[in-house]
Design a protein around this ligand. Structure first.
Ligand code: NAI
Length: 243
């Protein structure tokens, strides 16, 4: 089992779903975890539920706020070893229905938000020349999906944030990886029709949808010292859906 004793971790978008499961998994492995949510009260409540040390309000589209929060966490806990840039949104739209506002909000949350988080994490980790960052890509970003052009574009960008940052930060002892989940049962995918669920399960060799814990456990491995020679990877967590 990856042992995260003594590590300090930050998880963005940790109030529910994959972020909450990840915060809980890292805390259970011994890390001191701070999670963020857009709403402070929800973040504090989630932190308590996850056994995290703190819950703070953060909108990842606000670069200055991200920088200040990451600096603050590193200062309060003396260092920052692990950052999981999990916050993200998904809204489907067929090509003809894509509104400019959807493009703006999706790219500013999923792409710019991830860049702000990785940049702030790198700054905080650089002093100690060690750290592990994980960003949330998606199988949709790797393979595309009808009705998800905007989301797919954003998640393809996220995968390449991981690859580029890994190349840039490797010499500073900082590893950056992405996970690319398939269909995971969270509020993000709660709107899937019964037909779409059945069809996804039917196309998945492991015969089920994923759970937030499936993703959290993979992230827990990637941020641990067991993954010390792994960087710049995009790890599929999809039950074989893409095969
Ligand atoms: P969710 O909708 O349950 O949780 C998303 C979290 O991000 C929430 O805590 C939300 O408050 C937060 N968030 C959204 N916009 C934010 C902003 N501007 N600033 C700060 N926080 C913000 O989603 P879920 O399913 O847990 O997804 C987590 C990540 O995994 C997302 O990046 C998503 O795109 C990705 N993902 C999810 C998949 C799934 O099937 N559920 C599949 C592939 C990727």
């Amino acid at each position: 089992m990856p042992d995260l004793d003594g590590k300090v971790a930050l998880v963005t978008g940790g109030t529910r779903g994959i972020g909450l499961a990840t915060a809980r998994a890292l805390a259970e492995a011994g890390a001191t975890v701070v999670l963020t949510g857009r709403d402070e009260a929800k973040a504090k409540e989630a932190a308590q539920a996850a056994g995290a040390a703190g819950g703070l309000a953060l909108d990842v589209t606000d670069a200055k706020a991200v920088a200040a929060l990451v600096r603050g966490v590193a200062k309060e806990h003396g260092k920052l070893d692990i950052v999981v840039a999990n916050a993200g949104i998904m809204e489907d739209a067929l090509l003809g229905m894509i509104r400019e506002e959807l493009v703006d909000t999706t790219l500013s949350t999923n792409v710019a938000g991830t860049i702000h988080t990785v940049q702030a994490a790198a700054r905080a980790m650089m002093r100690k020349k060690t750290g592990a960052i994980v960003v949330l890509a998606s199988i949709v970003g790797e393979y595309g999906s009808a009705g998800q052009t905007v989301y797919a574009a954003s998640k393809a960008a996220v995968a390449n944030i991981a690859r580029s940052a890994a190349k840039e930060l490797g010499r500073s002892g900082i590893r950056v990886n992405a996970v690319a989940p398939g269909v995971i049962e969270t509020e993000l995918t709660a709107g899937l029709s019964e037909d779409a669920r059945a069809s996804n399960i039917g196309s998945t060799p492991l015969g089920r949808l994923g759970t937030p814990e499936d993703v959290a456990n993979a992230i827990k491995f990637l941020v641990s010292d067991d993954a010390a020679f792994i960087t710049g990877q995009v790890l599929g967590i999809d039950g074989g859906l893409v095969l």
